[in-house]
Design a protein around this ligand. Structure first.
Ligand SMILES: [Fe+2]
Length: 427
């Protein structure tokens, strides 16, 4: 399934004026700026070619899976409407553009300025999110304007500090799971919706839907919601009602868009039809719900719960990967994993030497050889050592000396990444 087309935004601009198109959709007067094959393998001498004849057009149809046209440089100004590209072709085209949002996070670094700003922003938004949930629990009223404000501010912070904001979603040092989960899901949903090139309206709805998707939980029995250990069949049935309750509550609010309310109902549905509450099939589930289900599971898995400890970023991506196409939309998962990267800035890792380290800057070319700070054990906990670029640390035969052997969850081995990283960056 092509999620973009379902959302009504197929072949949406990649970058303001760029469109990924199937070569069969080319018309005379389109200007091609990128291809799925190297330019040197084409008969065209320049990187960029105007489709000025059927012969040129046919060459691309015969040799390419996809091309990127620059709409603004195309004399015909025609915007192809059909959507013949597969999800994998769209993903490949996005990956090929180093400036595309899908690649931004993996080439980024954490520095003291961005971490400081993100910490401030996160704490402000966290307070607002808690207030939102509390006022709902106390009075049953959804302060939709506050929720919209939170999402609007989040969007702005994300544009400026994407890496640090996404890193903070993995720092689970608060006990209030519900508020933290809401804000984390909103951050991740906004990021993923941007990467999918959704329209501004859809991106905002994704953020809002992610913020409010579990609102039905406030009506659940807390002793069941927070029960350590296995749930009985009837307790699980009770938990499942948060979807229908949340949906009803949001439908009762005239200012909430019906698609946003629908996410509360559908975020536990699965493409294979084995989800709840209605066992809907892939094509019956709204793309917003498919998106929120991916970020919901990622954040839940990496969070501490009363019934199990937090698992690592790696484990969470692995769960999504193994469930792609069955539990989660395949294309969403593949896009999300590429966006997040298997080794992300701010991740606690074990090196092949057995030592612990924190990733400070990822390396887009050498994924498992980022810039890290080794953790040095002291009398009380650890402290962060000097920066080491693993891609440059070679033995006498030019082979890398160290690489990442395991990605650990925040808090593992008693390491609190946030305080370590903040003090290391201040030095
Ligand atoms: Fe839920």
């Amino acid at each position: 399934m092509n999620v973009s087309s379902k959302a009504g935004h197929g072949q949406e601009s990649m970058w303001q004026t760029e469109l990924i198109v199937h070569p069969s959709d080319l018309e005379i007067g389109h200007f091609i700026i990128r291809l799925d094959i190297p330019w040197l393998e084409t008969p065209f001498p320049l990187q960029g070619v105007l489709v000025d004849s059927d012969k040129t057009r046919n060459w691309f149809i015969e040799h390419c899976q996809w091309v990127v046209i620059d709409y603004s440089r195309s004399p015909n100004k025609l915007r192809p409407e059909s959507n013949r590209l597969s999800d994998s072709a769209v993903l490949a085209a996005r990956q090929s553009d180093p400036h595309h949002p899908i690649n931004v996070l993996r080439g980024s670094r954490l520095d003291s300025e961005s971490v400081g700003a993100a910490l401030k922003a996160y704490s402000l938004l966290d307070t607002q999110s808690r207030r939102l949930i509390k006022s709902f629990a106390d009075r049953g009223a959804i302060e939709i304007k506050t929720a919209e404000k939170v999402v609007g501010e989040l969007s702005e912070y994300l544009e400026r500090n994407l890496a640090a904001m996404v890193w903070l979603t993995r720092i689970k040092d608060r006990d209030d799971y519900t508020a933290q989960h809401s804000i984390n899901c909103a951050i991740l949903a906004l990021g993923l919706a941007h990467v999918l090139e959704w329209s501004t309206e859809m991106v905002e709805q994704a953020g809002l839907a992610a913020l409010l998707h579990d609102l039905g939980n406030v009506n659940l029995d807390l002793s069941i919601l927070n029960k350590p250990g296995r749930l009985s069949a009837s307790e699980y049935q009770h938990i499942k009602t948060h979807t229908t309750i949340g949906h009803q509550l949001l439908c009762d609010e005239p200012d909430v868009h019906p698609d946003v309310a629908r996410v509360a109902l559908e975020h536990h549905e699965r493409p294979d039809g084995l989800g709840y509450p209605d066992g809907k099939k892939a094509e019956e589930i709204h793309p917003l719900s498919l998106l929120v289900s991916v970020v919901d599971v990622y954040d839940a898995v990496t969070s501490h719960r009363v019934y199990r400890p937090a698992r690592s970023h790696h484990d969470a991506l692995g769960i999504l990967w193994r469930g792609r196409g069955r539990k989660f939309d395949r294309s969403m998962v593949e896009t999300f994993i590429h966006f997040m990267g298997w080794v992300a800035p701010g991740t606690l890792v074990r090196l092949s030497s057995g030592e612990l380290a924190v990733v400070e800057e990822t390396n887009i070319v050498h994924g498992f050889y980022p810039i890290v700070r080794k953790l040095i054990p002291g009398t009380v906990g650890y402290r962060a050592g000097a920066r080491i670029d693993l891609s440059e640390l070679k033995d006498s035969e030019g082979r890398p000396q160290l690489k990442i052997s395991e990605v650990l969850p925040d808090g593992a081995q008693g390491v609190k990444v946030k305080s370590l990283l903040v003090s290391a960056l201040e030095d």
